[in-house]
Design a protein around this ligand. Structure first.
Ligand SMILES: C[S@@+](CC[C@H](N)C(=O)[O-])C[C@H]1O[C@@H](n2cnc3c(N)ncnc32)[C@H](O)[C@@H]1O
Length: 280
């Protein structure tokens, strides 16, 4: 075996150790991007090889957290893909308005930009107090940042443009207070948001959701894991409910795809069909 092959074996051992010791299962993440991110993490870890890092990763929860942070991609932005939020406002909000109380799950919420965007949109549509949002991620550190609701002020100009393109009906600057180089989001936006750690690979279902957003998460999974997670969403979603994926993620060709139709072309907003009672 050459050095490259030994390095691959060590990466596999590290992934296996993370699963068995810490319960973080990355074995069904897309191989190329997982290996690339593991290599980047090693470069910043101070360890010469994966073999040298393994004993400490297995014993040190903080090092384990740093590895989770390194493996997962947490990039997000407010009103990311504004046309998606515009379609959400036009197509999905009327459905939510038919419920006295609706339940929404944002899976893989990262540092919370998507949750704040959704909370703003729902408030503007009169649903602020009628929807409960469950915002989850496997990474506790990003969840803590999401709960704080403090973002870099320099991004607010871009977010304001996104908000306007997404059909925002107010002034984006009304939703945050500027303090030095930070934007502190209006905490009342989070009144009906529950943040919780949840791992899509290992944790159980939420019940009776009318809307699920899981954007830019499945792209990092192998097809087998994509299908398992989509099945999980399918079990959680009420008939007529909506499942929203990222721009590079599609339901067509996936295991649950035939039970959904895209609400508007190219939006990745899929509606679960009614009927077929034995599925529900
Ligand atoms: C690129 S971010 C997406 C953020 C947001 N949804 C968006 O589209 O802007 C991907 C998020 O998925 C989370 N993630 C990755 N694997 C996960 C898993 N197995 N369970 C739950 N969250 C996961 C990561 O921690 C990360 O915060």
């Amino acid at each position: 075996m050459d050095e490259e092959e030994i390095r691959t074996v060590e990466m596999d051992l590290l992934v296996e150790g993370m699963r068995r010791v810490h319960g973080h299962d990355f074995s069904e993440y897309a191989v190329a991007s997982l290996r690339r991110r593991l290599a980047q993490w090693l470069g910043t870890s101070g360890y010469p090889t994966f073999g040298a890092a393994i004993p400490n990763v297995l014993r040190d929860p903080e090092l384990c957290n740093s590895l989770v942070e390194g493996v997962t991609v947490n990039v997000s932005e407010m009103f990311r893909d504004p046309h998606f939020f515009k379609a959400l406002r036009e197509k999905v909000v009327p459905h939510l308005q038919t419920y006295p109380h609706a339940r929404v799950w944002v899976a893989g919420c990262a540092t919370g930009e998507e949750v704040y965007s959704l909370a703003i949109l729902l408030r503007e549509e009169g649903l602020g107090d009628k929807c409960r949002i469950y915002a989850t991620d496997l990474n506790q550190d990003v969840l803590a940042r999401a709960q704080q609701g403090i973002f870099q002020l320099q991004y607010m100009r871009q977010y304001t443009r996104n908000y306007q393109k997404a059909g925002g009906t107010g002034e984006f600057s009304d939703y945050y207070a500027a303090r030095y180089d930070r934007a502190i989001m209006d905490p009342t936006l989070m009144r009906n948001v529950v943040f919780a750690a949840h791992n899509l690979v290992t944790d159980s279902d939420f019940s009776e959701m009318q809307l699920i957003l899981c954007r830019n998460v499945l792209i990092y999974f192998k097809p087998s894991l994509k299908d398992r997670v989509l099945n999980l969403f399918d079990r959680c979603l009420t008939p007529g409910g909506y499942l929203c994926l990222g721009t590079k993620e599609v339901l067509e060709g996936r295991i649950i795809g035939e039970h959904y139709r895209e609400a508007l072309p190219h939006t990745r907003i899929y509606r679960k069909k009614y009927g077929d009672p034995q599925r529900i």
